[in-house]
Design a protein around this ligand. Structure first.
Ligand code: K1U
Ligand code: ZN
Length: 187
């Protein structure tokens, strides 16, 4: 079991539509174990396969409170089969867009069909934070980010900020490489 790297905006892989899981086998179980380790380490309350670079329709979640025991939840091939007309707004964050939070309006209640670790199909009704989180995670499986639900002005601003950060990190890495190369020439 190992924590994996979480992809960050503007990584294009976050825009991929994930593939359905055909068979819930040992490989899927191992991926899910790693996803829990990654999510708890971050820390976060949810994670989708694509956030660790695996474009499979797998979601993990844990909505337990700080001093409560862990309540791990697994959703394989989750799909929304009903959504309420009533909407509610909640503040959302994303482990792929760290330290950025915005209010997002979504259906207050959804019914979700999914498979468990044994490949058995279930249906569940979600509301409150559970409804917000499961919709956020199912969006990830479709290449949709929560910033797609906010104004273009705010979205453009956050994409620009994260793109700039990646470029700056690249330049820093380049500086180190160049210095090493120069040192090698001088040696
Ligand atoms: O999918 C993700 O990027 C995870 C994301 C889930 C989420 C949070 C809030 C609303 C909708 C979806 C996160 O976990 S962000 C981090 C977070 O919310 C949190 C972190 C530590 C303690 C409690 C919450
Ligand atoms: Zn997210």
């Amino acid at each position: 079991m190992a924590a994996r790297e979480i992809l960050r905006l503007p990584d294009k892989r976050l825009r991929l539509k994930s593939e359905p899981v055909k068979r819930v086998d040992a490989g899927i179980h191992a991926l899910i174990e790693d996803m829990f380790e990654t999510m708890y380490a971050a820390p976060g309350i949810g994670l989708a396969g694509i956030q660790v670079g695996v474009p499979k329709r797998v979601v993990v979640m844990d909505l337990s409170k700080k001093d409560e025991a862990h309540k791990p939840l697994v959703f394989i091939n989750p799909e929304i089969i009903w959504a309420s007309d009533e909407k509610s707004a909640h503040e959302e964050g994303c482990l792929s867009i760290p330290e950025y939070y915005e209010e997002v309006e979504r259906p207050s209640e959804v019914k979700v069909k999914y498979q468990d670790l044994d490949g058995k199909t279930h249906e569940i009704t979600a509301n409150g934070l559970f409804a917000t989180c499961i919709q956020h995670e199912i969006d990830h499986t479709n290449g949709v980010l929560f910033i797609d639900h906010i104004s273009k002005l705010k979205r453009d601003r956050v994409v620009k900020k994260f793109t700039k950060a990646v470029k700056a990190a690249g330049k820093e890495a380049g500086k180190t490489t160049n210095k090493t190369a120069k040192q090698k020439v001088e040696a």
